[in-house]
Design a protein around this ligand. Structure first.
Ligand code: NAD
Ligand code: LMR
Length: 349
């Protein structure tokens, strides 16, 4: 019996993500919250012949807090794709002014109503919104760093797809044989493709410019979609797939709490996490990532929370190019983290 709540369920990501969740037999209750059209999406999905009961929750007006409380009551997993997407010419950081308060207020409600839930943050800029979520939960005295996940899976999905295109391999054979670490925007995204021989032998013939073009495409894959949609938003369908892929790992870990799960691949998907709150995370942060507090690393889950993470700098064969990419990523990350943290410190919850 697992209750999953999607906040922002009527949006471009929220709808297909909710559809995928409705198909998962582990979900017994799918709770859909949005400020618009939540009842319509819930009615539509509720006709699908799978076990999950679907409920829709939408506030009657700006002062109505009962809808979010009902949506979250007793939930095990909360997924947040609420907020505005980019338009061409914008960076993810440009979304901060609007999305920061949306994420702050939703997470405050999670902290008050469902403090034990696993929280998956999709809303951008992820590099800052996850720090916002952590700070809100800290302020409320309910922060469990093992249960707060910044969803960076789309970067891995892109890294697998683009590498498959270039090497002629099936992307599904590549899954679990590369890793993407760092953050979720531009050059904070660091693909690692020398994880094992499955890929490193296939890319060993690349010229430096081929490698650089590949890295750039992974780092700026989001821009490719924003440009192609030409003002109609950013990635939604690929993000729904990616968000579901990570949510499925969380759900699998809940279905058999006795054993740790990755995602049945040698290299588990990464998530953007609060390092000092994880076993060995503080030392990792100081020794490998210049003390940044949030960083995306491969995670292993047990019973809906992180049991451990993989230190990519020890476990995988990091090349000098990948070490350089990491240095660049670290420069951009702490600024975004501080922006998120400071925003909440000046806020009333
Ligand atoms: P969208 O505009 O299509 O949908 C957003 C939904 O959020 C809308 O239905 C809106 O009504 C709802 N919403 C707004 N404020 C809300 C609130 N206070 N409570 C509940 N719902 C609220 O946008 P989208 O394309 O679905 O993108 C959503 C977010 O996800 C954006 O910030 C986007 O940048 C981000 N995103 C992240 C990734 C990632 O890899 N993490 C990938 C793609 C998009
Ligand atoms: C993505 O990577 O596609 C998302 O973060 C959306 C965006 O703004 O690019």
């Amino acid at each position: 019996m697992v209750k999953v709540t999607v906040c922002g369920a009527a949006g471009g990501i929220g709808q297909p993500l909710s559809l995928l969740l409705k198909l998962n037999p582990q979900v017994s209750h799918l709770s859909l919250f949005d400020i618009v059209n939540a009842h319509g999406v819930a009615a539509d999905l509720s006709h699908i012949c799978t076990p999950a009961v679907v409920t829709g929750h939408q506030p009657a007006n700006k002062e109505d807090s009962s809808a979010i409380t009902e949506a979250l009551a007793g939930t095990d997993v909360v997924i947040i794709p609420a907020g505005v997407p980019r338009k061409p010419g914008m960076t993810r950081a440009d979304l901060f002014n609007i999305n920061a308060s949306i994420v702050r207020d939703l997470v405050a409600n999670v902290g008050k109503t469902a403090p034990n839930a696993a929280i998956l943050i999709i809303s951008n800029p992820v590099n800052a919104t996850v720090a916002i979520a952590a700070e809100v939960l800290k302020k409320l005295g309910v922060f469990n760093p093992r249960k707060l996940f910044g969803v960076t899976t789309l970067d891995s999905v892109r890294a697998e797809t683009f590498l498959g295109e270039l090497t002629g391999q099936s992307p599904s054979a590549i899954r679990g044989h590369l890793s993407v670490i760092g953050g979720h925007s531009g050059d904070t995204i660091v693909p690692l493709i020398n994880v094992d021989s499955t890929i490193s032998s296939a890319v060993s013939q690349w010229s430096p410019s081929q490698y650089q073009a590949y890295v750039k495409r992974v780092q700026f894959g989001g821009d490719e979609v924003v440009k192609a949609k030409n003002g109609a938003g950013s990635a939604t369908l690929s993000m729904a797939y990616a968000g579901y892929r990570f949510a499925e790992t969380v759900l699998n870990s809940l279905s058999d709490p006795s054993k740790p799960v990755a995602d049945s691949t040698p290299v588990p998907d990464s998530s953007y996490v609060y390092l000092p709150g994880l076993p060995g995370g503080e030392e990792f942060s100081k020794k490998y990532v210049n003390g940044v507090t949030f960083f995306s690393v491969p995670v292993l889950l047990q019973n809906g929370e992180i049991s451990s993470f993989i230190n990519p700098f020890e476990k995988y064969k990091i090349t000098s190019e990948e070490a350089n990419l990491t240095e660049v990523a670290l420069d951009g990350l702490q600024k975004s983290i501080d922006q998120g943290t400071t925003f909440v410190q000046g806020s009333r919850l």
